[in-house]
Design a protein around this ligand. Structure first.
Ligand code: EPU
Length: 421
């Protein structure tokens, strides 16, 4: 397995560009199944999760062509299979998104349990309940989930999400656009990636109202066409770079981002004394001498995102005083802090979802691991802050969501190399 080697302890400088959002691109790939026409996507991040979903779609009969860097065309080619591949689905939680369009158009879908990051339980009960509410039958046989509907297809329904779910909301939208009648989603997720997905679908024949609010209304249509869409900037990559810049006390300009998608994290940072210049599509950080500790609770959008929590925690190790983090979305997303403690941080875990950080620590390079995507980028940030050599294993996890991160960080002055093993 490849490793990153970082010689840290230095300020960074210059500018770094944010790439397209993983969690928008994955949903657009799933949307390719809604029509027989080619879907062209610009600004697609070249990351492992996208490659895996492309492989899954290809096994189903979608022709996925990379026209050039970041430009993809997806064309369903004749008969589409509705049984998802055994080996790939357990590696990618986002495979669950394909169930919506497949069930809506082909009236059946079978899949093994979708896997993904080891950050806590990843059940699919909400999907099962929502599809059943739309008239689908559900069976679980030998570890495989199977959904079927009669010839008339899915029926519109009013579905109340008991907890807010991002892919739950998106999958239900992807199913409901081709269902019979009206679907009302109550307690829907409001992430910008969902808004972008719905805007594209509406431009191609769907009738979706209310996205970006907690009630989404979808009037089913007979047909969706396909066209061209541009993937929005990755707000989690934006935050990762922002916390990297602040943790290393650097002046860094983060370009091609959408600051209005990270307003709550920006406000929290302002409140603790951080200075940065925000323009329409860039954020420039300023080196700091003193910041106040922070109390952070992860929340659904527009709150502080769980995906920004691990990189933020590294910054908190550098701020003198006691900060705290409550992780409310996932049960197992704070265990990586053990590795920060081995590097010299002073983090106490009160429960698996609550830590306090006694900041102002000097971090020293160590051999660490990348347990999941966001903890992985947090270890890169920790390596950049720490003096000496940090070696990070299992970097496939980082490559899942950050394109060529080593090259891009080298361009802003980080001494990072990729070592193949
Ligand atoms: N949940 C259930 N039952 C379900 C579905 C979800 O109990 O059927 C629970 C989850 O276990 C979790 C909570 O609901 O505790 C919220 O999870 P959600 O369904 O919103 O997560 P997701 O849609 O699977 C997406 C992102 C994640 C991000 C979360 C939360 C994609 C492909 N993934 O996951 O991204 O953490 O929303 O914002 O959009 C990442 O990019 O690193 C990542 C993990």
């Amino acid at each position: 397995m490849d490793k990153f080697i970082i010689q840290g302890g230095h300020q960074l400088r210059g500018s770094i560009t944010v790439h397209g959002a993983k969690n928008h691109a994955l949903k657009m790939f799933a949307a390719s199944l809604l029509s027989d026409q080619p879907l062209t996507l610009r600004n697609v991040p070249e990351i492992e999760d996208i490659f895996r979903l492309a492989e899954i779609l290809q096994t189903l009969g979608v022709v996925v062509t990379q026209k050039r860097h970041g430009l993809y065309q997806l064309t369903p080619n004749g008969t589409i299979k509705t049984v998802l591949p055994e080996k790939l689905v357990p590696r990618l939680r986002a495979s669950i998104l394909l169930t919506g369009p497949l069930l809506a158009r082909y009236h059946t879908v079978t899949l093994p349990h979708p896997g993904g990051c080891a950050i806590g339980k990843r059940p699919i009960d909400l999907f099962v309940n929502a599809f059943q509410a739309m008239g689908a039958r559900y069976q679980l046989k030998k570890g495989h989930h199977r959904f079927t509907v009669g010839d008339k297809g899915l029926c519109g329904t009013r579905y109340v999400f008991p907890i807010v779910s991002v892919t739950g909301t998106e999958t239900l939208i992807l199913a409901a656009v081709l269902a019979n009648g009206r679907t009302i989603i109550v307690n829907a997720a409001r992430e910008p990636e969902i808004v972008a997905l719905a805007e594209y679908l509406n431009q191609h024949g769907a009738k979706i109202r209310g996205v970006g609010t907690s009630t989404v209304i979808i009037d089913g249509v007979k047909r969706i066409t396909a066209g061209v869409a541009t993937i929005i900037p990755d707000r989690i990559e934006t935050l990762s770079f922002l916390f990297l810049a602040l943790a290393t006390k650097s002046r860094l300009t983060i370009t091609q981002c959408q600051p209005n998608h990270v307003e709550v994290p920006l406000q929290l940072l302002r409140d603790c004394g951080a200075k940065f210049t925000v323009e329409e599509s860039s954020i420039t950080t300023h080196p700091w001498k003193r910041l106040k500790p922070l109390q952070v609770v992860t929340r659904e959008y527009p709150g502080f995102p769980t995906d920004g929590q691990s990189p933020l925690t590294v910054l908190l190790t550098q701020i003198a005083g006691v900060s705290s983090v409550m992780e409310t979305i996932y049960a197992d997303r704070l265990f990586f802090t053990d590795m920060l403690n081995r590097m010299g941080a002073n983090i106490q875990m009160h429960t698996s979802q609550h830590i306090t950080i006694h900041g102002g620590a000097k971090l020293h390079g160590k051999m660490v691991d990348s347990p999941d995507l966001r903890a992985g980028i947090a270890m890169v940030i920790a390596g950049a802050v720490a003096t000496g050599r940090t070696e990070i294993g299992n970097i496939y996890q980082i490559d899942r969501g950050y394109e060529s991160i080593d090259e891009r960080l080298r361009s802003i002055g980080l001494n990072i190399t990729r070592q193949a093993s």
